[in-house]
Design a binder for this molecule. Structure first.
Ligand code: PMP
Length: 423
């Protein structure tokens, strides 16, 4: 381990890493591992959508080109229901972005409150959300934008630290909600177990209108032949007498076209009615042409599962390249740990405490763009300055290999610099 070296050995390691870094800079790279976007080859898998639909009518005979149908096409809702293991009656199929639906839910909770709210959330002195960390940066920036305070709990391999969550929600009625990416979480890859989900749905909360925003963005995004099933949030919540607690979201953004897919929300009858009521003032109906196009393209949920295996074949090698590059350079050095996800879009890298920002800077100066250090924490503040989110899906495989070999050099150099400076 680098952490155990005597000062003269460490000095040697530092100059070796500096030399490697100079070689890296000399390559004049221009690579980007910042955002979890599908690669063009993944988008090409769905090119057939552009020739669809072949008819103007949905199953009920309605003309999809016209206004109406606020909750989305029944046949589209059925596919989401199957993928999310919920009743079709619980599902709304919407526009292209689930993030927009989340934003609508939060803003309408603020402006109107939910079915069981004593008053609109905006009339509370303070509203707080429990945020498992590291987490999805856009969840946090949304809350910051809306003036909602964030309190963090650790994200573990089987989901959020339930004891920490319980302690936050039990006595404080200002804690109104919580984010959770239950399956292949962004960025840790964690899968929330049924046990953890059951506790979250059943735990006592001081706020009567506590909401868990269950963002199942990666429900079917397996990287191996283990096709993990998500915990049944709606069923568990009903069974424990808190049917309105979870609101579930998903989309085909990383199934078909990231910018032109279909999003969905699933919730209790009361929550669904509440959402549709608010939505009816904002929309006359979603893009049903796009929904029908998706229905024709896939046929059913099985069609989506088969399609996801083609995505897996394209991106699993990129995740393997990340693993190989990190292992080749950093294994055994005691300066980094990283996730080995079996689904989702990210690898979660933890470097020596106090060096993440330096690693990102070194990478940038060598032409490798990484997500800013701290971005997986509320307000961009990683208290340990150690977390870096790697997103390998967008660049070509050879670029991932080159970029990750470079990142590994930066991780070692930053650690050697810090250890040498700390003496
Ligand atoms: N939730 C999570 C956890 C995500 O990682 C992403 C995409 N990066 C989204 C939501 C965005 O979903 P959509 O495209 O449906 O708005």
């Amino acid at each position: 381990p680098l952490t155990d070296l005597a000062p003269d050995q460490l000095a040697e390691r530092l100059s070796a890493a500096q030399a490697d870094y100079q070689d890296l800079q000399a390559k004049g790279l221009k690579l980007d591992l910042t955002r979890g976007k599908p690669g063009a080859d993944q988008l090409d898998l769905s090119q057939g959508l552009l020739g669809l639909p072949t008819t103007n009518k949905d199953r009920s005979g309605a003309d999809v080109r016209n206004y109406g149908g606020l909750e989305g096409l029944a046949e589209m809702r059925e596919i989401f229901a199957d993928l999310l293991s919920v009743d079709t009656a619980r599902v709304i199929a919407g526009g292209n972005s689930s993030l927009t639906m989340m934003y609508q839910v939060v803003t309408w909770l603020l402006s109107h409150g939910g079915p069981d709210s004593p008053r609109p959330w905006a009339q509370e002195d303070t509203v707080k959300f429990v945020c498992p960390v590291p987490g999805y940066d856009r969840h946090f920036t949304m809350l910051a934008e809306l003036g909602i305070e964030m309190v963090t709990v650790p994200m573990r391999e089987d989901g959020p630290d339930v004891r920490a969550v319980r302690a936050l929600v039990a006595d404080d009625p200002q804690v109104k909600g919580m984010w959770l990416v239950p399956t292949y979480a962004n960025p840790t890859g964690s899968v929330t177990s049924t046990e953890v989900a059951a506790e979250l749905m059943a735990m006592p909360t001081a706020a009567p209108d506590f909401r868990i925003l269950w963002d199942n963005a990666y429900a079917v995004h397996h990287l191996t032949d283990v096709e993990t099933k998500s915990a049944d949030a709606l069923g568990l919540a009903s069974a424990s007498g808190n049917p309105n607690r979870p609101i579930m979201f998903a989309s085909t953004s990383k199934i078909t076209f990231a910018g032109a897919g279909v999003a969905a929300l699933a919730a209790s009858p009361e929550n669904k009615e509440w959402f549709l009521k608010r939505l009816s003032y904002a929309s006359i109906g979603p893009d049903k042409v796009n929904q029908l196009r998706h229905v024709e393209f896939f046929g059913d949920a099985e069609g989506i599962r088969a399609h996801m295996r083609k995505h897996r074949d394209l991106i699993a090698p990129k995740f393997a390249a990340v693993e190989d590059a990190l292992t080749a350079r950093l294994d055994g050095l005691g300066i980094a740990t990283w996730s080995r996800p079996i689904g989702g879009y990210f690898v979660d890298l933890n470097v020596l405490d106090g060096t993440a920002a330096r690693v990102v800077q070194l990478a940038k100066e060598a032409g490798i763009a990484l997500t800013p250090a701290g971005s997986a924490f509320p307000h961009g503040d990683d208290p340990d300055d150690r977390n870096i989110r790697l997103a390998p899906t967008f660049p070509a495989l050879a670029e991932v290999e080159t970029a990750m070999a470079g990142v590994a050099v930066c991780v070692e150099l930053a650690a050697a610099e810090k250890l040498a400076a700390d003496g």
